[in-house]
Design a protein around this ligand. Structure first.
Ligand code: FES
Ligand code: FES
Length: 165
């Protein structure tokens, strides 16, 4: 079976009903997505399928029909995603175990809704649990990331208008 993960093509020889999380971690050594509950209840294993958040612990690899992005492919060391930058700025992580799932859910939310309300954030993040209780910092970081995405879009628009003049 061929999979495109973080823009790289991989070939794996696994049972079709193997959960994607097992393929990522055990077959391909992509360890960012974590195993928490194994029953789609905690969000620790969240990755993107074509930009949408999915729980990879409960997603059979044979059902993958597009590009997978994990935390390893969200940004790069030299160019972090706005959500990753905001996470650092707000020092969100405590033990860190849930955080790659939290970041992937937050990034998918902002892709779909760049100006989320408190209610939107609560709804989008409700499936991601954190035993360390970092929820207030997660919310603050999502708001910061939304502001910084908005500001960089404004800069691009202003830059384009200056170029046109
Ligand atoms: S490990 Fe997948 S949702 Fe908990
Ligand atoms: S930071 Fe420890 S579980 Fe979330």
């Amino acid at each position: 079976m061929k999979l495109v993960i973080n823009n790289n093509e991989h070939e794996v020889d696994v049972a079709p009903d193997m959960p994607l999380l097992w393929v990522l971690r055990d077959e391909l050594n992509i360890k960012g997505p974590k195993f928490g509950c194994g029953i789609a209840m905690c969000g620790a294993c969240t990755v993107h399928l074509n930009g949408h958040p999915i729980r990879s612990c409960s997603f059979p690899v044979s059902a993958v029909n597009g590009n997978i992005t994990t935390i390893e492919g969200l940004g790069s060391e030299s160019s972090l995603h706005a959500v990753q930058k905001a996470w650092l700025e707000h020092q969100v992580a405590q033990c860190g175990y849930c955080q790659s799932g939290q970041i992937m859910s937050a990034a998918a939310l902002l892709e779909k809704n760049p100006s989320p309300s408190d209610q939107d954030i609560d709804t989008a993040m409700s499936g991601n649990l954190c035993r360390c209780g970092t929820y207030p910092r997660i919310k603050a970081a999502i708001k910061s990331a939304a502001t910084s995405i908005h500001e960089s879009e404004l800069e691009i628009t202003q830059h384009d208008s200056v170029e046109e003049v």
